[in-house]
Design a protein around this ligand. Sequence first.
Ligand code: UTP
Length: 305
Amino acid sequence: MARAFLSRQSMNTHKPIKKAVFPVAGLGTRFLPATKAIPKELLPVIDRPLIQYAVDEAREAGIEQMIFVTGRGKTAIVENFDIAFELESTMAERGKDMSVLEPTRFTPGNLITVRQQVPLGLGHAIWCARAIVGDDPFAILLPDELMVGKPGCMKQMVDAYNEVGGNLISVLEVPQDKVSSYGVIAPGATLDMLDGTLTEVKGLVEKPPVDQAPSNKIISGRYILQPAVMRTLEGQEKGAGGEIQLTDAMARMIGEQPFHAVTFGGKRYDCGSKTGFVEATLAIALEREDMGTEVRAIAERLLAK
Ligand code: UTP
């Protein structure tokens, strides 16, 4: 295994990551009927909607422009980041603390929406943002995967990108018998970084049968990609599940451009599934200073029954 030590001191010649795409046009069928009228991305983990956690993570990584790929029934996601005039003036009149709304503020022009008319898959959703992405490398964050860590997952990836450039995905290890639900990497050499591990990506396969999976490292909802992926997505055939798969487009770029996986040092909660959502809520509540002790007592009482 080739090992190299990468230093933050190395010359940064890569175009900076200033844009992030948030695909939020999916149907959220696993949460019906909750998601019939409310977008999945606005379901709250305690008091913040899922999309807020993802936007905060992108901001921590120095990303400025947030591009939401929305669909019908998803307008409330954009409203979450707008000024709520009546609410705010009433709160101000009553002397309420307005700082809770601070994370929802946007510099004018930095929230951009594009529409995916039909949810044809993640790859298609990303392709819908091509005009805004233009010739810049960009990040992708799937808001239903909640990443918790210090530094955050995207910050860790941007730091790695500043060293190696090219394309990066975040990965985590799952038990081998679970791999067939995910995109899986074929790993190459491992490089040590200051905060974590970088693995060269030799191949990618979406939802492989367990006995054909090249590893147990699954793609976990955070990406930094070169704009060339948009050309690869153009005219791409449908893949696994009858959807246009981002994994297939990325797989075609391997060999032509550098491709690495970052193993995230923090925690990842799959809030696209009901049990993952419950786990995230409980784990985050237990860690919160304002409620952790009380929630722990509640959990212990419930478990003692
Ligand atoms: P998922 O497949 O997890 O979300 O897509 P979903 O389709 O909304 O949920 P279920 O499976 O029906 O419960 C991951 C992310 O990609 C977005 C989703 O909104 C979600 O944030 N997505 C998916 C799109 O924007 N467009 C698509 O065509 C598919």
